[in-house]
Ligand binder design. Structure first.
Ligand code: ZN
Length: 111
């Protein structure tokens, strides 16, 4: 399957042919250009990485939930320290992932 990019908004469409009109901005079929194999491969790589980021976000969210339960449970100070450190770490990485994904989107790098 080939990839087609909208020359107006940058939207990338997967298909054997360009769509009749852009699903994002409504530009006509003629505005689409076929991506060369190299660029199409980069788009796939980028999508894969974004999915990994999304998966990590979910796992980190779970780590935060568990940490909050531990902090609430408050068995003893060393335990609470571990939960607090985990929560802070998970929050930090989540912010970095969100900034990274936002960067990809704003640069409109590979759709
Ligand atoms: Zn478009």
């Amino acid at each position: 399957m080939s990839k087609w990019q909208c020359g107006v908004c940058g939207y990338i469409f997967d298909g054997d042919e360009a769509p009749e009109k852009c699903p994002k901005c409504g530009a006509p079929k003629e505005k689409f250009q076929k991506l060369d194999d190299d660029t199409a491969a980069k788009v796939e790589r980028s999508r894969y990485t974004n999915n990994l980021h999304m998966e990590l976000l979910t796992l980190l969210e779970k780590a935060k939930e568990v940490s909050e339960k531990g902090i609430e449970d408050e068995l003893d100070p060393p335990c609470v320290q571990i939960f607090e450190a985990t929560k802070a770490f998970a929050t930090d990485i989540q912010q970095r992932i969100k900034a990274e994904i936002k960067g990809h989107i704003s640069k409109n790098k590979w759709g």
